[in-house]
Design a protein around this ligand. Sequence first.
Ligand code: BJW
Length: 245
Amino acid sequence: MNDLPKELIEALRKAKKVAVLTGAGISAESKIPTFRDAMTGLWASFSPEELATPEAFARNPKMVWDWYAFRREMCAKALPNPGHLALAEMEKHFEQFTLTTQNVDGLHQRAGSRRVFELHGSIARVKCADTGRLLGGEIPECDEPPPLHPETGGMLRPDVVWFGEALPEQALLESAQAAIEADVYFTIGTSALVYPAAGLPIEAGRAGAVVVEINPIETPFTQLATFSLRGKSGEVLPAIVEALR
Ligand code: BJW
């Protein structure tokens, strides 16, 4: 990518505090399908309400468990892509760098990012659906999923945030604080439809940050962004890191 705005690189050179929000698009180049892209989205054949709500799990726990088991395996096999790696590299350039992700795939940490806040949980963890107690060891084998928590006897579910559920308080607080303190705020690979995550770049902009969107297509956030870079994060982010060298 040759046509990065000069003003953006200048703003980054001056910036002390940088914060980032990522969504499913950053993992698209690691072959993890996004949620809402036509045809390829994970929900192309299912509606979110069928799979990612507590009500869906209560109605059909086996279907929801199986869907997450399939995705857990896909995430475990996936590898971080140049976009994840560029963000891990970028972390070293700034006095403060806060990476908030809506993704549950763990790829930022595997790429080497150190300060990561997972707003929607982690697909690698499971917990008791009744008590919220996390499972310590391996997921137990069972004939009729979901398996049960060995200590509580309740059904296991993924430790992710479904619609209508509260986000992890500390992760949200730290992310909101980073947004209002940021000199430059990036919103990368997200459709900007799901709140409260989608409110973070809005807050950053209101507090005076230079806000940069990276996405191949327009989103509801595009109009508010200072710079909207049309492209894949796996191409745009390495170009930004290169320009900062
Ligand atoms: C690329 C690319 C490439 C492709 N490079 N880019 C305010 C207003 C309206 C509604 C609400 C509101 N506040 C709360 C709500 C309700 C609700 C909500 O937001 N609803 C809207 C949909 C209307 N929010 C909630 O319910 C949240 N909870 C809550 O608010 O609780 C309140 C509460 C307080 C106290 C007590 C109790 C409750 C919870 C939201 C949870 C979202 N969960 C999910 C599932 C997580 C688990 C899982 O993975 O299965 O999170 S839904 C799903 O959407 C997932 C994602 O993290 C999230 C966002 O999706 P994302 O990442 O943006 O993906 P896509 O597919 O939408 O977009 C991908 C983008 O990438 C596209 O733009 C592509 O173009 C782009 N792209 N290739 C760069 N190579």
